[in-house]
Write a protein that binds this ligand. Structure first.
Ligand code: SF4
Length: 431
């Protein structure tokens, strides 16, 4: 199975720390949406190349490159999607109907029967009661609820699958699909820090957005937080953590702020916080969320039991995913990576792609890099493909407590994850 990522390259304003690809000019939304659907259609056989695909290549006719998409797609491929993630940018700048149009289009292309998670990234400012009601609206009534992570996306009204059906029959495939998970960009519950970062919302709006989403029926909500913000005191950080845990969300992603040269913070010459500050705030993050019952399962991610992010977890385990939209990356689950050139106008007229085919060494390094950022770590068997010097380094890290070994796997102890880049760098194969 595979994941679909759709990058929405529009934002209401530019955050001071952000170097993601997006524009604050909304004029091209309609043209972008058409281009995104065209790209999905063009790439519907992308997963054919995945080693996880069970169908022979001959089962995949050449996809149409242009023309009326709906008229030309025909039957959906049998390749199964397990997750869809609409991120950006700020997808919640788009109307719910526009977002659902993208989901509807995916249904015409792939078998969505086993969909477990359909996530929308949202800015708190956009999550009004009306917006949420329209987001949840499926089949012209507000009847679609949001099931527990790991279960198929269902429609309460019918108690059946929202879309696709076991045999992919025409009638059931036409049922609408909607979101069962929200990822809300809160970042902080401190108004001064939100202003410093040039966020559109304030703390009260962030609280209200989460509560409104809960009232609308979303019971799988993730919020993003940022630590290591220049000037943020430990007390401010603790208050944000307390507010986050009090809201009863199922998932928290907490990122350390890095200052990139092309951002407003970079141009202002802001300096990153000291290692000591990072370590203190990371330690409080782990303590507070641990006390609140969150499992620290990846360097930046915490989940209540059973609520890990399914889509993002697939990135770390080497499963195939298709990225649509300017700057989006795709991976075929084997050794091919591709990405869309980050240029909206070019994307609308004729998207350009770049890519690379990973060597054995690069694949090994990727496994080390992604695996050692997770609580599960990596299989010792995978380390066998490393050369003698690197195995020596592993033994040394095990002795020093920078790695632990359990059930045939090695992992960085979570309290040492701030050192992950250093440890991983030392384990990279360079031959
Ligand atoms: S809303 Fe998100 S993608 Fe847009 S500028 Fe801010 S951080 Fe970047």
């Amino acid at each position: 199975m595979a994941g679909l990522y759709i990058h929405i390259p529009f934002c209401g304003r530019r955050c001071a720390y952000c170097d993601f690809y997006s524009t604050t000019s909304p004029e091209r939304v309609a043209a972008f949406l058409e281009a995104a659907k065209r790209e999905m259609t063009t790439k519907r056989s992308f997963f054919e190349r995945s080693p996880l695909s069970t169908l022979p290549p001959s089962a995949f006719p050449a996809p149409p490159l242009c023309g009326d998409v709906r008229a030309s797609v025909g039957e959906p491929f049998n390749f199964q999607l397990s997750t869809i993630y609409i991120g950006g940018g700020t997808p919640s700048l788009l109307r719910p109907e526009q977002l659902r149009g993208l989901l509807d289009h995916a249904v015409t292309l792939w078998d969505c029967t086993p969909l477990r998670e359909v996530t929308l990234e949202a800015n708190p400012e956009d999550l009004t009661n009306d917006y949420l009601a329209r987001l949840c609206k499926a089949d012209s009534s507000p009847s679609v609820r949001n099931d527990r992570a790991g279960e198929p996306v269902r429609n309460n009204k019918t108690s059946g699958l929202v879309l696709c059906h076991p045999e992919g029959s025409e009638a059931t495939r036409d049922l609408p699909l909607t979101f069962n998970r929200l990822s809300i960009g809160v970042q902080s519950f401190d108004d001064g820090l939100l202003r410093l970062m040039n966020r559109r919302h304030n703390a009260a709006r962030a609280r209200e957005a989460v509560r409104a989403a809960q009232r609308a029926g979303f019971d799988n909500i993730s919020i993003d937080l940022i630590y290591g913000i220049p000037g943020m005191t430990d007390a401010q950080w603790e208050r944000s953590l307390d507010e986050a845990t009090a809201l009863g969300v199922q998932h928290i992603s907490a990122y350390h702020l890095t200052i990139e040269p092309g951002t407003a913070f970079g141009r202002q010459g802001l300096r990153e916080v000291t290692d000591q500050t990072s370590e203190r705030q990371f330690a409080r993050l782990r303590e507070k969320l641990g006390e609140a019952g969150f499992e620290h399962y990846e360097i930046s991610n915490f989940a209540q039991p059973g609520r890990r992010a399914v889509h993002n977890s697939a990135y770390w385990t080497g499963e195939p995913y298709l990225g649509v939209g300017p700057s989006a990356h795709s991976f075929d689950g084997d050794r091919r990576r591709e990405w869309v050139v980050a240029d909206l106008e070019r994307y609308i007229s004729a998207p350009a792609y770049e890519g690379e085919t990973l060597t054995d060494r690069e694949i090994a390094n990727e496994r080390v890099m992604t695996g050692l950022r997770t609580a599960e770590g990596i299989d010792l068997l995978e380390l066998r493909i490393m050369n003698y010097e690197l195995r020596i380094a592993v033994e040394r890290f095990l002795r020093d407590g920078l790695l632990v070994r359990e059930n045939g796997r090695v992992a960085i102890p979570p309290e040492r994850w701030l050192l992950a880049d250093h440890i991983i760098g030392m384990l990279f194969r360079v031959d």
